[in-house]
Design a binder for this molecule. Structure first.
Ligand code: ADP
Length: 253
């Protein structure tokens, strides 16, 4: 059976005041469908922004940001649990840091956990554990984390569900004439070095971290598909029917 990693960003999962319930429910039903065909791993951002819906601490203060993540992680997970319960899908929470990838021994531990989780038909929901770690132990964004998970679990595809519906030849928020790239086989150095432009205050990545994730996977001969997390039709068509209408596929060949 083939394996897919989904990565979903904060802006898809939360509105300023609460968890974006309908969007999360749509994501949950997509994953339920995908599980009929694939083994699925979900990498979910959104802990800090979920925390902010409960307590409005200043997230630019590092310790307050950690507190927000610690408040938000259970909010996020209980919200997922309510929804996956509708479909009788058991979920697990796996929190990782960059350190979990720094040696064969560490990597083997989480690989074994994820394998065993999938074998028992449980959906692993992975997030970065930014609560007790120092900044250099963190990926800092889930785009890179999900690329590493895709590599280390031997998944066939990483699907990045974003606030943007693909990769454009320039930032579509600044340039209404920007054109979407359907297939990308090579990423130039300048594209990887451009300014970081996350769209929302809770987003940490922007397009550059997505390109880095894509580059990492192209180097390992794996694929990444970047598409909208708001309208999941594109993701559904791509993974369930093999139809590539919108979205950007990053692939070496
Ligand atoms: P997410 O929360 O889904 O991880 P981000 O806000 O971190 O998303 O990153 C996506 C944003 O990157 C887009 O909303 C857009 O503002 C910005 N961006 C900059 N350049 C581009 C580009 N060439 N193509 C697509 N998006 C771009």
């Amino acid at each position: 059976m083939k394996r897919i990693v989904f990565k979903v960003g904060s802006s898809v999962l939360t509105d300023t005041k609460s968890i974006a319930k309908q969007r999360m429910l749509n994501l949950v039903s997509l994953i339920v469908e995908a599980r009929k065909k694939y083994e699925v791993i979900l990498v979910s951002s959104g802990a800090v922004s979920a925390g902010y819906t409960a307590v409005q601490l200043n997230r630019s203060v590092p310790t307050s940001k950690k507190v927000l993540a610690s408040v938000g992680q259970p909010i996020l997970m209980s919200s997922y649990k309510n929804k996956f319960d509708i479909y009788d899908v058991p979920i697990s929470q796996i929190l990782l840091t960059e350190e979990d990838f720094d040696s064969r021994v560490h990597t083997q531990i989480f690989q074994d956990i994820i394998e065993r989780t999938l074998r028992n038909d449980i959906l692993p929901i992975v997030n970065e554990n930014d609560i007790s770690t120092t900044p250099d132990q963190l990926f800092g964004d889930n785009d890179q984390l999900s690329a590493h998970i895709t590599y280390h679990t031997g998944a066939d595809l990483l699907v990045v569900l974003s606030d943007i519906d693909g990769y454009y030849d320039s930032n579509p928020r600044d340039n209404p004439e920007a054109k979407i790239k359907k297939i990308v086989t090579k990423i130039e150095k300048e594209e990887l070095e451009q300014e970081h432009t996350p769209n929302s205050q809770f987003a940490t990545g922007g397009i550059v971290t997505k390109l880095k994730a894509a580059q990492f996977l192209m180097d390992t001969n794996q694929k990444m598909f970047l598409c909208s997390g708001y309208d999941l039709t594109t993701a559904y068509e791509f993974i369930m029917d093999g139809i590539h209408n919108k979205g950007t596929l990053f692939t070496k060949n």
